[in-house]
Design a protein around this ligand. Structure first.
Ligand SMILES: Nc1ncnc2c1ncn2[C@@H]1O[C@H](COP(=O)(O)OS(=O)(=O)O)[C@@H](OP(=O)(O)O)[C@H]1O
Length: 349
């Protein structure tokens, strides 16, 4: 075959392979937040989308040279995890990942959950050498804490876990206000009651049993597992209240990593006692906690990049009926958490 024909065939092959990867990576991206196309409405036509595809391709190819996280901010959503991420990123020995939240368990790297795929989201050994730490601040992990804890343990048995918590009713209300404003999501414009009912319906979903089965597989030696396509939509329909089931979440992480490797951080400490709390986290991670820090109140938390929110207005307050629904939903979790932390329920937050 003439050289030019081979050249053309090779070029065609590369173009097809690139096209397939581009399509796949954007299916993954939109699976993690279905229907919300954020700043990427038409990934085929957008240079910025192709730039991201190329970065992700490069990261997949160089995956073996990348670090896995040394620690995780594994939850919970709407508890100040974005602020904590931004504060920790100020430490000179902490290197940030590609995305603030990997959304790995929502299929951001495809439905197969493997170490190779996960590594692609983190810095290389050159960018994050010995002595430095990298991390994942994926609060969506708290939606499937059993699977997340089992996978993290499998990949990084020595990792440390940070869990931030807040009065569950307030966090759920914050989530409701936020979700109802994310453009194009299935719950955009939903009232609290509609989200509550949706979540109650999803409790019966067979996907929770599937997640439990995958967790058992990881706990008993599997190195990777594959989610079915229905898991992400089911989990995303349960975002209002599940992420605040702190007793369940704490149990899943403590039972696998041990109490010493799990740090609980109160949202109120992040909000009111910010610098001392951030230094406490540095010390927990084994980092120099006496470094100079800027005025933390002036640090603008990095936003979740790919969501388009209709307006930034503050949420109204919940009605007495809505408050009562949430209180009763979280009653058992509160009691168990107080028992686990050996304190009175009023002192939890
Ligand atoms: N420093 C400080 N002081 C007081 N409040 C703070 C602070 N940092 C974050 N927040 C509040 O935390 C809520 C957002 O939490 P997350 O960043 O975890 O949200 S997310 O899950 O990443 O979307 C969100 O809560 P609501 O205002 O109730 O919606 C933020 O206002």
């Amino acid at each position: 075959m003439a050289f030019s024909a081979r050249f053309a065939l090779g070029g065609l092959g590369l173009a097809v392979a690139y096209g397939a990867f581009h399509r796949w990576i954007w299916v993954c991206q939109f699976r993690a937040m279905p229907a919300n196309r954020g700043p990427f409405p038409r990934p085929w036509r957008m240079l910025s989308a192709h730039a991201l595809t190329l970065r992700r391709l490069w990261r997949f190819l160089t995956s073996p040279f990348r670090r896995l996280p040394d620690f995780y901010i594994a939850g919970s959503m709407k508890c100040g995890t974005t602020a904590l991420y931004s504060y920790l990123a100020l430490h000179p020995h902490i290197v940030t990942p590609m995305f603030k939240e990997s959304r790995f368990f929502l299929g951001m790297c495809g439905l197969r959950l493997s170490t190779w795929r996960y590594r692609s989201l983190f810095p290389s050994y050159w960018a994050c050498p010995k002595g430095c730490l990298t991390f994942d601040a994926d609060a969506t992990a708290s939606l499937t804490p059993n699977l997340a804890a089992a996978m993290y343990k499998r990949m990084t048995p020595g990792a440390k876990i940070i869990l931030v918590y807040r009065e569950p009713e307030k966090a759920a209300w914050s989530m409701c206000a936020f979700r109802s404003r994310i453009k194009c999501t299935p719950v955009c414009g939903f009232t609290f009651k509609q989200m509550y009912d949706l979540e109650m319906r999803t409790v019966e979903s067979p996907h929770w049993a599937e997640v439990e089965q995958l967790t058992r597989a990881l706990d008993t030696g599997a190195c990777s597992v594959t989610l079915s396509a229905g898991v992400a939509p089911c989990v995303l329909s349960s975002m209002l209240m599940r992420t605040q089931r702190y007793a369940d979440i704490l149990h899943e992480f403590q039972s696998r990593f041990g109490k010493d490797q799990v740090l609980l951080v109160k949202f109120s400490d992040i909000a009111t006692n910010t610098e001392a709390t951030v230094r406490r986290v540095f010390a927990f991670l084994g980092l120099d906690s006496s470094i100079e820090l800027p005025a933390l109140k002036s640090v603008q938390p990095e936003d979740v990049v790919d969501l388009v929110v209709t307006s930034e207005k503050k949420a109204s307050i919940p009605s007495a009926e809505e408050e009562a629904l949430l209180k009763s939903y979280y009653g058992e979790q509160r009691r168990r958490l107080a028992q686990m932390l050996n304190c009175a329920e009023e002192d939890l937050w």
